[in-house]
Design a protein around this ligand. Structure first.
Ligand code: ADP
Length: 250
C-alpha cells in the first residue's frame, strides 16, 4: 500500500500511539514537503512530543510513517530525522563537548569501529559555521546558553544530514533576540531544503514565525496557514476551555 505523494519528505498515514490503556494519538495523517517550516501547536499533554517520537521511531505506533518515501519498517537507520528535545538536566550534567556532539552526527556514515575521517571533520567545521558556533568545539554543553545549545544540536542535525528536524518546545527559556536569531537560521536552512517541525504552545510565536501550522490534541485538529489554524473554532477544539490556564505551564 502506498500513500506517497511526489516530493513529500515526510508522510504520516493514520498514525496512532498508545501508552498502555491510554491513547495519546489517533488517526494522524499529514504530508510535508522538503524545506517546509511547520509549527506544531497544542497544549501540554496534547501529544506533540509523542508525535515527534513516533516520527523518529522512539515509540511504537500504528499506521505508517514514511521519510523520503521509505516506510518506517524499512528504514535502515533513524538518523534521517533529528529530534531536538527541550533543554534537560542531562545536557547540563553530561560531559560532552560541542565538537563531540556535532561529530556524533557522522556516525551513520561509518561502522562503529571506523575512525573519524577528514571528511567527517570538515563536515563538523562546516556545520558549526552554518549555526555560527565556529570555535566552540572544545566547549562543554553545560557551558552553553539555551540558544547556543539549540544551535549545537542543529549543527549535529546538519552533520547527520537529517532531512527532517524536529524541535520539541526548543525555545523554552530562550530570550527574544535569540529566538529571532534561531528563526533566521531555520529560514536559511529551510531554503536549502532542511524541513523543520517545531512544537510549541506559544501562540504568538506560532502566528508570526510559520507558513503552516498543524494543531494537535489527541489527533489533528487543524492544518493550514496560521490564519486558518488560529481561527477560534480550531483553537477551541485544540486548547479547549482550559486553554488560558494551561498556556503558561511550560
Ligand atoms: P505534549 O508534548 O503535547 O505535552 P505528550 O506527547 O508528552 O504531549 O503527551 C501526550 C499524552 O501522553 C499525555 O497525556 C501524557 O501524559 C501521555 N504520555 C506521554 N508519555 C507517556 C509515557 N511514557 N507513558 C505514559 N503516558 C505518557
Amino acid at each position: 500500500m502506498s500513500h506517497s505523494h511526489d516530493g513529500a519528505v515526510l508522510e504520516l498515514h493514520d498514525v496512532g500511539v498508545r501508552y498502555g490503556d491510554r491513547e495519546a494519538l489517533r488517526n494522524v495523517t499529514f504530508s510535508v514537503r522538503a524545506g517546509e517550516l511547520i509549527g506544531v501547536i497544542g497544549p501540554n499533554g496534547a501529544g506533540k512530543s509523542t508525535l515527534f517520537k513516533a516520527i523518529c521511531g522512539l515509540v511504537n505506533h500504528s499506521g505508517e510513517v514514511d521519510v523520503n518515501g521509505v516506510h518506517c519498517h524499512d528504514r535502515v537507520d533513524r538518523m534521517d530525522v533529528a529530534y531536538i528535545p527541550q533543554r534537560s538536566e542531562a545536557d547540563l550534567l553530561f560531559p560532552i563537548t560541542v565538537g563531540e556532539l556535532v561529530m556524533a552526527g557522522r556516525r551513520r556514515f561509518r561502522s562503529w569501529h571506523q575512525r573519524t575521517t577528514a571528511a567527517d571533520r570538515a563536515a563538523a567545521i562546516e556545520a558549526l559555521a552554518a549555526v555560527n558556533l565556529s570555535g566552540y568545539e572544545a566547549r562543554s554543553l553545560s557551558e552553553l546558553s539555551g540558544g547556543q545549545l539549540q544551535r549545537a544540536y542543529i549543527a549535529r542535525a546538519l552533520t547527520q544530514e537529517a532531512s527532517v528536524v524536529l524541535l520539541d518546545e526548543a525555545l523554552s527559556g530562550v530570550d527574544q533576540p535569540t529566538t529571532i536569531e534561531l528563526f533566521d537560521l531555520f529560514a536559511t536552512l529551510s531554503k536549502s531544503g532542511t524541513t523543520f517541525l517545531f512544537a510549541t504552545h506559544d501562540l504568538a510565536l506560532a502566528r508570526h514565525r510559520f507558513d503552516r501550522l498543524i494543531a494537535v490534541n489527541g489527533t489533528i485538529q487543524g492544518d493550514g496557514s496560521p490564519e486558518q489554524v488560529l481561527a477560534p473554532a480550531v483553537l477551541d477544539s485544540t486548547f479547549g476551555s482550559g486553554a488560558s490556564s494551561s498556556q503558561g505551564g511550560g
